[in-house]
Design a protein around this ligand. Sequence first.
Ligand code: ADP
Length: 479
Amino acid sequence: MKIAVIASEISPFAKTGGLADVVGTLSAALERLGHELFLIMPAYRCALEGGFSLADTSMRLSVPMSDHEESAEVVKGRLGQNITVYLIRADRYFDREFLYGPTQGDYKDNVGRFVFFSRSALEILRREPVDIVHCHDWQTALVPVFLNAQGSRYPELASAKTVLTVHNLGFQGVFWRFDWHLLNLDDHLFTPEYLEFYGNFNLLKGGLIFADKITTVSPTYAQEIMSIEQGFGLQGVLQNRASDLSGILNGVDYSEWNPAVDALIAERYNEKNLDGKRICKDSLQRAMGLARNPDRPLFGIISRLTSQKGFDLVEKVFGTILEQDVQVVLLGSGEARYQEFFRRAAAEFPDKVAVRLGFDEPLAHRIEAGADVFLMPSLYEPCGLNQMFSLKYGTIPVVRAVGGLRDTVEDCNAETSAGTGFVFERYDALELLKTIDRALLLFGDKKAWTALQRRAMRMDFSWDRSAQAYSNLYRQLSP
Ligand code: ADP
């Protein structure tokens, strides 16, 4: 079975979030299972200038965009043992500082950029036909649409089957109707049964209608997105496709995120010997300018600063949390109002709150290793990676029972010595506070806390299990 994976970001070439990690690591795991695959992504500036070993190819692509043809070149890199990564080079679209736009908003021509990318990816597939085309998120959701609605343009791919993975239904690629011409699709597809979405058009919706199989990144999220609360207007489309929709939990790359081998942390440690974690905590407190005290519970947060991640709740309870003898380290970037909130908190409580605004992967490792508790009270969470990293680092997650958080963290029950973290149900500030109190209470009982850490660290969310699930899905599709 030959597989092509198409995505708008792939680690290590370009990354803004979990998607890049997932695509990069899943691909390597699929290769280990014996699959033959190659990947396609845009040649962003960060990929071209990131010091990767890239080679030119002789491929020159020409694709329809509205009433004219546009061209692209293709360079290639390598991932895993022997996976080719094709990077579509069109500097007018991709030679920019950011992948999708600066923090204030998206690039105005994102629709054109990803119509172009999807069309170009299909041109590569015509030259190298495959059995399975695996697309990710709205940026590539047009691939199944073009393949189905314009099959005569892509005869080499007549028997190819498509899988679309939704990493976050909150991002759908909705664009105004005046850009419809860029897609070169028949007008009958600009209707509510197909891509029209309240007067605009919605790329993800098109993919959800035309892909042979749809997956999302946790079993619970697969159920949630069929509900009005979490369907973002696409719950009806998803309900219609329920028999083709499944949830496959993301995995963790334990060669990178594991305190026993992590080269970025102050001291390595493992489930049997947690001494190194104390050193990591001391080192984190020192680096962040906090009082060096092993007994003060230290909360870690690493996140995009958006309401999705539960920051409305965090804002509400922050003052109350700080009345206790705790410390908080936050690493994140995102919406200005949250950045401002945490900047102010750090200025007001310098001995308790340390904030780094920006993206800093080494610091993310040091927070995972040095914190006692990881706070992730998401409003919704398709899968979430950080709570799984936290479990491995013995940094006890406090999470809301939603999406992948529900599937990966089990509430701690002090009586039966079970559970791996602290979980609350309702999106409510008081619930969060009560849950934090439960965590703080147990933190005071060193023996029970260490037992909890050990249970958390024994959890295994490695990629091989998830890759096997994708492999089974591909097999269902192949003739
Ligand atoms: P999402 O993809 O919704 O942002 P995930 O938990 O699935 O959330 O994945 C987020 C990934 O991005 C993790 O690898 C996390 O460590 C990383 N990350 C998020 N914000 C930052 C930051 N400011 N600095 C470094 N890494 C970050």
